[in-house]
Design a binder for this molecule. Structure first.
Ligand code: SF4
Ligand code: SF4
Ligand code: SF4
Length: 317
């Protein structure tokens, strides 16, 4: 019997849905084992139809995207009721992802920037979106834009996490195969990724060298064989979960941490700060200050994908 499946996107870019399609001929296996009842990216459906389903009707819900507004949260709660198993797919659902970077600003900052201050906008009257609008009998309601981006498990109970921005297609196949073969690990586990750090699967040579200076990618042509971090590029490999096949590193680009932290790491950004501090060559305060000044925007570098899940996050909505 096919698994009754729902795929949904909250605050997402669509890349996680495309990653499912990127499984190419394995899509035929997926179609053999899964029957789709909703998938906004690929088929039409109505919320009313989903609401009419019995609770626990869906065998599995794959939710990608963060929780940015009240609609994202409402549908997450609805699908949690309708699905037996809820999987947070992709970095946005797992740890907030790129949308989580908006948590460095308030809701009002963002609306002002987008609707009033952005160079391509003409809005002399300073009109901003409103949640409720009425003109006589005509009424419109928009989802509430939250002050704070949240991860999926900050609003509903999540059974499994399939990390990555987006998850590697083969990892999606591996994870879905485990679902239909009934070979899932204990609730709360990461699926479709390993248990070690990205450095463990990275092919670059590590020489345990101390770093004399921090550099940015445009400032150098890195040695293609050696560890990028040891060449001064901030690479989050030491604090990121393996599973992507080191796809950025193989293209000469440092890891930004989209596969998220290992199980025992409560805050990957802070862990990276600590890891980096331990390999910096300068020991004098003045030299340390200089090297810190070489780092552009360290908070967003260390928390590129994980700000919404960070212990530093704000908790108001
Ligand atoms: S995890 Fe990446 S690919 Fe997936 S929705 Fe978020 S930004 Fe897009
Ligand atoms: S720090 Fe980056 S480049 Fe160096 S071994 Fe780890 S993943 Fe590879
Ligand atoms: S190298 Fe890092 S940022 Fe790139 S895909 Fe892998 S985990 Fe994500």
């Amino acid at each position: 019997m096919k698994l009754k499946t729902g795929i949904y996107w909250g605050a997402a870019c669509g890349g996680c849905d495309v990653a499912v399609l990127d499984t190419h001929e394995k899509l035929l296996d997926i179609a053999d084992h899964m029957e789709f009842f909703l998938w906004p990216c690929a088929m039409d459906f109505k919320y009313e139809d989903v609401k009419a389903l019995d609770d626990d009707f869906l065998d599995i819900v794959l939710y990608n995207g963060a929780i940015r507004n009240s609609e994202n949260e409402e549908i997450a709660r609805l699908l949690r009721r309708k699905g037996k198993v809820m999987v947070a797919v992709g970095a946005c659902a797992h740890i907030g992802g790129i949308p989580g970077l908006a948590n460095f600003y308030t809701r009002d900052d963002i609306l002002k920037r987008v609707y009033i201050d952005s160079p391509s906008t003409t809005n002399d009257e300073g009109t901003l979106p409103v949640e409720h609008w009425a003109n006589g009998d005509e009424k419109l309601e928009l989802p509430r834009f939250y002050n704070t981006v949240k991860t999926l498990d900050q609003v509903v109970d999540v059974d499994y996490y399939l990390p990555g921005c987006p998850p590697v297609p083969q990892q999606i196949v591996n994870a879905l195969t485990a679902v239909w073969e009934g070979a899932l690990p204990p609730k709360g586990s990461i699926i479709g990724a390993g248990t070690k750090t990205l450095c463990d699967e990275c092919p670059r040579v590590k020489e345990e060298k101390m770093i004399p200076a921090i550099k940015r990618t445009h400032m150098m042509i890195p040695d293609p064989e050696r560890c990028l971090l040891e060449q001064g590029l901030v690479c989050l490999g030491p604090v990121t979960r393996e599973g992507c096949g080191a796809r950025c590193i193989k293209s000469g680009v440092p890891c930004r941490g989209c596969y998220g932290p290992l199980d025992e790491v409560p805050d990957m950004g802070m862990k990276m700060l600590s890891a980096l501090a331990s390999v910096l060559e300068p020991k004098e305060l003045k030299e340390i200050d200089e090297i810190v000044d070489m780092m552009v925007d360290p908070l967003r570098t260390f928390h590129r994908f994980s700000m919404a899940a960070s212990i530093l996050r704000r908790k108001n909505t």
